[in-house]
Ligand binder design. Structure first.
Ligand SMILES: Cc1cc2nc3c(=O)[nH]c(=O)nc-3n(C[C@H](O)[C@H](O)[C@H](O)COP(=O)(O)OP(=O)(O)OC[C@H]3O[C@@H](n4cnc5c(N)ncnc54)[C@H](O)[C@@H]3O)c2cc1C
Ligand code: FES
Ligand code: FES
Length: 1113
């Protein structure tokens, strides 16, 4: 029997940047991000994570509500917006608000001029978040600005300049509000230091008077056609039919219920922040989708005398706005639960997610990390449910999460609304949450708790406690609560509550996110805070019967405020005699700043499609250490669009280059190792086909995962690295005290905003291969690709224009990925595009080396350290990568700023079955120095001295040889130490902090000052060389090329400054296009803080030689 033909697809009509889009074949699988980048070629909107977490893909969506006749502008993460949900919407991307070619928008201009861009990959997202805020609030407050940027990550700038650029639109003054005095720190009397040096130091980084004014009336209007469409009384259910998914957008509640009954397993896609996330992270797939998003019947708020009813289609951001105005108007007593909800509605996820996520979707998702469900459950909220088969019914939110009451949503049922009742006078509710960051981070544990007392007493009549992230969904401590009913609210009850709750809520050791002990501690501290809060409220209710809580406990109840980053940047002013056209020393804007902010800067991932190109998806190992028994690619080869599958057998040259394995051969040595790659016409086809590859493994022992495993199995790379001076063994005999200890520092993910990507194409002649990649080391890419292809290096041309962040993660890894892609290009004869999704990037490329330090320290009672014996172990992972250098650096820099007469430091790089760790900001020094400062603190603690005193005492004081035999003069170090102590008013701050800590039992502050000696560059002289190539054209314009890579640090900007000075011509005559192995061969990597120094000198010398030769001729 022939299968029924799929229903006819409707046309999807929406607007992008003021232009009408009619998509006749809207694919329900497609996100707005994909559509913008790949179909409309609007590459200003970036891909950073694909999960709504980073904000790089932020766009503004505008929708017209025919009931209220209002237009809602909101920021959204395009990576989670299904294309089909956009019917009738107007989308504005970074390209739509301004461009260098036409007119730059003030938001774009100010972000660039305030130095708010470095690599610029986050900048379009930042611009769109601020732009959306201004569309809604032309003169926002700083608090609104902070809130709006809460969902935008930046890995480069540290946020201060970004916030500063946004603050130029705010009503408030933009000066540095030091210590809340409203005065700039430059004006403070106690900062005499600044005043003394004022004439030599500058703080002005930009000139506000240059900014073009922001005129809200000049913004584009909402397309009238969309208003007509929204008001059309004859709207019908829209159907969009894709290759695998059928999307249905019903236009009224009745249709929703009918569809829900007909397709009970089809999800209701509202904000898509659960469904979309699960599709990316868990590979969940739904062949049918019902999307009532924007249905006005689900979008309402009703107030009654007893509380409020919120439509399930209201977004979390809308609810926050409504609750904020309600609590400002209604008496405190009537808004207890609203206040509790507001606490989390500000910090939950980022602004974009809150703009998209709906209340119904949130409740129905029943996430273990839900911040809202514990409060709704504790606050006696009710769900109004409706279905075609059973009509209406009500359940308490609590019933979804309490084992004894267990209720579920039934097939075909829809949450229509949520009723939040008011609480009685003798009821108290609280919401608590602890996350790694105040904003945009999932809670480690959260809680909603409520107690009701018998009127006029402290006897518990009703008690509810719900916790998040301690089980598969929100968990109710119902047994504990039941047992405490009837008890007085006192210390005994508190002890009993803690004991019972820990007994009732068992967190398995395998719990997601681990930290089991910490979670248990958090549960207890939340109960304790609740206890204190309730005591306080009881005191307010009846001050005569219930005393106020002790003063030193009050700090336990104080919240941590979210503050805008403050700061001031001071730099040496240029010499007044310097010619005005010489830009060196001036804080000029990043050469690509405006292009970053307008989305016109082209990154590797933005390179346009090349004819015949194939997309690559890789199959990675699921085993840490195993033999590959077989790889069956037959099913993958059959998959539509697949051209070939590439394995180690296809490598024409070397597959193992100095230990770096390109395609796994015979065995795998870590999870995430590339086993084979599928080349297909689209990435989606390549990815799906990759899932069809069957690899059969046989585990091999040992599987070495941790540093301890490696020590046990004597599994190391390279020889031990060691430095030594003095006589350490003898010194341990005469010291007063010896302490021994160890410290573990864990690794870190790179999370550069632009994930790794490669575009490789054979030119078709003489085995030439052209590679574009965002690397820090084009030479290495060229080397590895030449080696895998077995061709001389002169056939391989590697180009890089800029990278969206690198931080060390793009020194070696792009070469391996380039080699993987080059083999595919060689085999298929097609250009190959290989772009890692965030998850694959994190899995394959690894990051910072975890470090174990064992120390033995001998010191005198006065804190003077006489002997140090250190043993470092890094977890290098499965291949050598940069690990030899990393451990060498850790050992060489291990003395940091201290001069210890008897010193020994040894280091080993452990070979384990983890993905291979690589270079990372500081190149091992942060981990190593942390261990050093840890033992310094231990010595200080033992001697009863302030740590800064022990640091000062043991710091290098005179010219001396380091343990690696270099003559070292500590004069600058000592000057810097003194300056930092003075500038920071260290002692007065410390005294203030000690005073604060005495008064506050539960909240503590701390302050620390740490000296550091850090040498830049690398010890091998040949690697600190650079070269440049300069073309001077007949029109006087100059093209400069050098070996350094633009990673966001502004290297090209600095090179223009150097060239401008040397040639005495304006910067506008000078251009840098890219870094390439074809212009500057054998260039060193751009890392180790030496990029400007070595390349700047190369540019300078080249110009000097040009000038010299021209003056000779
Ligand atoms: C990056 C990110 C960070 C986040 N951080 C947090 C956080 O810190 N804290 C937190 O609590 N949450 C967080 N979330 C989760 C977020 O709050 C939820 O994903 C969101 O509320 C779900 O709503 P939605 O409208 O997007 O649901 P959708 O994804 O559209 O739907 C989710 C589910 O709900 C069902 N559904 C939707 N509406 C109804 C209805 N009316 N009746 C019955 N079923 C319905 C659907 O069938 C589907 O199964 C985060 C999410 C993301 C993406
Ligand atoms: S939030 Fe969309 S790519 Fe990160
Ligand atoms: S400038 Fe923000 S990520 Fe680089």
């Amino acid at each position: 029997m022939p299968s029924p033909s799929p229903p006819q697809s409707d046309h999807l009509i929406f607007f992008v940047n003021g232009k009408k889009v009619v998509e006749r074949h809207a694919d329900p699988e497609m996100t707005l991000l994909f559509y913008l980048r790949k179909v409309l070629c609007l590459t200003g909107t970036k891909y950073g994570c694909g999960t709504g977490s980073c904000g790089a893909c932020t766009v503004m969506i505008s929708k017209y509500n025919p009931d209220t006749k209002k237009i809602r502008h909101y920021s959204a993460t395009a990576c989670l917006v299904p294309l089909c949900s956009l019917y009738g919407a107007a989308v504005t991307t970074v390209e739509g608000i301004g461009s260098i070619k036409t007119r730059i928008h003030p938001v774009q201009e100010r972000l660039a001029k305030c130095h708010g861009t470095q690599c610029g990959f986050c900048s379009p997202g930042m611009v769109m978040s601020i732009y959306t805020l201004l569309r809604n609030y032309p003169e926002p407050t700083t608090e609104q600005l902070m809130e709006t940027l809460s969902g935008n990550l930046c890995r480069c700038t540290g946020y201060r300049p970004i916030v500063e650029s946004g603050k130029t639109f705010c009503e408030e003054s933009t000066v540095c509000q030091l210590q809340g005095t409203g005065k700039c720190c430059m004006d403070q009397e106690e900062n005499q230091f600044y005043l003394e040096k004022k004439e030599k130091m500058c703080t002005k980084l930009y000139d506000e008077s240059e900014f073009r004014p922001f005129d809200p009336s000049q913004e584009p209007i909402f397309p009238p056609e969309l208003i007509r469409m929204a008001e059309d009384p004859h709207k019908k259910t829209l159907i969009f039919c894709g290759e695998k998914i059928l999307w249905m957008s019903p236009t009224n509640m009745n249709e929703v219920l009918e569809l829900r009954m007909k397709y009970p397993t089809a999800p209701l896609v509202m904000g898509n922040t659960t469904i979309g996330l699960n599709a990316v992270l868990k590979g969940e797939f739904h062949p049918m989708i019902i999307s009532p998003v924007g249905l006005t019947e689900l979008n309402f708020v009703d107030f009654t005398d007893d509380g409020m009813t919120i439509g399930a289609g209201c977004t979390l951001a809308e609810i926050k706005d409504i609750l904020t105005s309600t609590v400002s108007e209604e008496p405190k007593e009537k808004t207890k639960t609203y206040r509790a909800l507001l606490k989390h509605l500000r910090t939950l996820a980022g602004q974009q997610i809150r703009n998209m996520a709906t209340l119904g979707g949130h409740v129905a998702s029943k996430h273990d990390y839900s911040d809202i469900n514990p409060i709704l459950a504790a606050g006696k909220a009710t769900l109004n449910l409706i279905s075609k088969a059973e009509g209406k019914r009500q359940i308490l939110v609590e019933e979804l999460f309490t084992t004894s009451l267990k209720e579920e949503l039934r097939d075909g049922e829809v949450i229509y609304s949520v009723v939040i009742p008011q609480l009685s006078r003798w009821e108290i509710i609280t919401a608590q949450r602890q996350a790694q960051h105040l904003e945009n981070a999932f809670a480690i544990v959260n809680a909603g708790m409520r107690v009701q007392f018998r009127e006029g007493t402290n006897t518990i009549k009703d008690l509810k406690m719900f916790f998040g992230r301690v089980g598969p969904t929100t968990v109710s401590a119902s047994k504990t609560c039941e047992q405490l009913i009837g008890r007085q609210w006192n210390d005994e009850m508190l002890s009993e509550a803690c004991r019972l709750v820990l007994d009732e809520i068992r967190i398995p050791p395998t719990a997601v996110g681990g930290m089991v002990e910490y979670k248990r501690t958090l549960i207890i501290s939340f109960i304790f805070k609740f206890y204190l809060k309730v005591l306080r409220e009881l005191h307010k209710l009846d001050p005569r019967r219930y005393p106020e809580i002790p003063e030193n406990s009050i700090s336990a109840l104080e919240e941590f405020p979210i503050r805008a980053p403050q700061g001031i940047q001071m730099f040496q002013c240029v010499d007044p005699h310097q010619p005005p056209q010489d830009p060196v020393g001036h804080p000029i804007m990043h050469q690509s700043g405006l292009k970053h902010a307008t989305g016109e800067a082209v990154y590797n991932v933005d390179l346009p499609r090349v004819d015949e190109e194939l997309l690559l998806a890789v199959v990675t190992s699921s085993r840490a250490h195993a033999k590959i028994l077989s790889i069956d690619v037959s099913e993958a080869l059959e998959f539509p669009g697949v051209v070939d599958v590439i394995t180690a057998k296809d490598v024409p040259g070397e597959n193992n280059i100095d230990g770096e394995i390109i395609y796994a051969e015979n065995e795998v040595i870590c999870v995430g190792q590339i086993v084979c790659a599928v080349a297909a016409d689209t990435y989606s086809h390549a990815k799906q086909a990759a899932e069809k590859v069957k690899v059969i493994y046989e585990d091999v022992e040992p599987q070495i995962i941790t540093i301890e495993d490696a020590i046990k199995y004597n599994s190391f790379f390279f020889k031990e690295k060691k430095i030594e001076k003095g006589n350490i063994d003898r010194a341990f005999y005469y010291v007063d005290e010896i302490i021994e200890g160890e410290i573990h520092v864990e690794g870190q993910e790179h999370f550069y905003m632009e994930t790794q990507s490669v575009l490789v194409y054979p030119t078709g002649e003489d085995e030439e291969m052209v590679i574009h990649t965002g690397t820090q080391y084009p030479t290495h890419v060229q080397d590895l690709v030449a080696a895998v292809l077995g061709v001389p290096r002169n056939r391989i041309m590697c180009h890089m224009k800029r990278a969206g962040g690198a931080f060390g993660g793009k020194v070696t890894k792009p070469a391996v990925l380039g080699a993987v892609a080059a083999v595919a290009a060689h085999k298929t004869g097609h250009p190959i595009r290989f772009h890692l999704e965030r998850g694959d990037d994190m899995l394959i490329t690894a990051g910072r080396h975890p470090l174990l330090t064992k120390y033995k320290i001998g010191f005198m009672k006065n804190g003077l350290i006489k002997a140090v014996d250190l043993q470092y172990y890094t977890n290098a992972g499965c291949t050598p990568d940069e690990s030899e250098r990393v451990i060498e650096y850790i050992v060489l820099k291990s003395e940091t700023a201290y001069d210890i007469p008897n010193y020994r430091c040894r280091g080993r790089a452990c070979k384990t079955n983890l993905p291979s760790n690589t270079a990372f900001r500081g190149f091992g020094f942060p981990q190593g120095a942390l261990a050093v400062e840890n033992y310094i603190t231990a010595v200080a603690f033992k001697c009863g001295l302030p740590p800064e005193k022990v640091r000062d005492m043991n710091m290098s004081k005179t010219v001396n040889r380091t343990a690696y035999k270099e003559l070292y003069n500590p004069e600058p170090l000592l000057k810097c130490w003194k300056e930092c102590l003075e500038k920071s008013s260290f002692q007065s701050r410390k005294a203030a902090i000690e005073e604060f800590n005495k008064k506050n039992y539960w909240k503590k502050k701390g302050i620390s000052i740490i000296p550091m000696k850090y040498s830049i560059a690398v010890p091998n002289g040949y690697e600190t060389q650079a070269a440049s190539l300069v073309h001077i054209y007949q029109d006087g314009s100059v093209l400069v090329a050098h070996g350094g890579c633009e990673l966001g640090q502004g290297l090209y900007t600095k090179m223009i400054q150097v060239a401008s000075r040397e040639l005495k011509i304006p910067s506008s005559y000078i251009y840098l296009s890219e870094t390439s192995t074809t212009t500057v061969p054998n260039a060193s990597y751009t890392a180790a803080s030496m990029g400007t120094d070595i390349n700047g000198r190369a540019v300078q010398v080249r110009f000097l030689s040009i000038l010299r030769s021209s003056s000779l001729s």
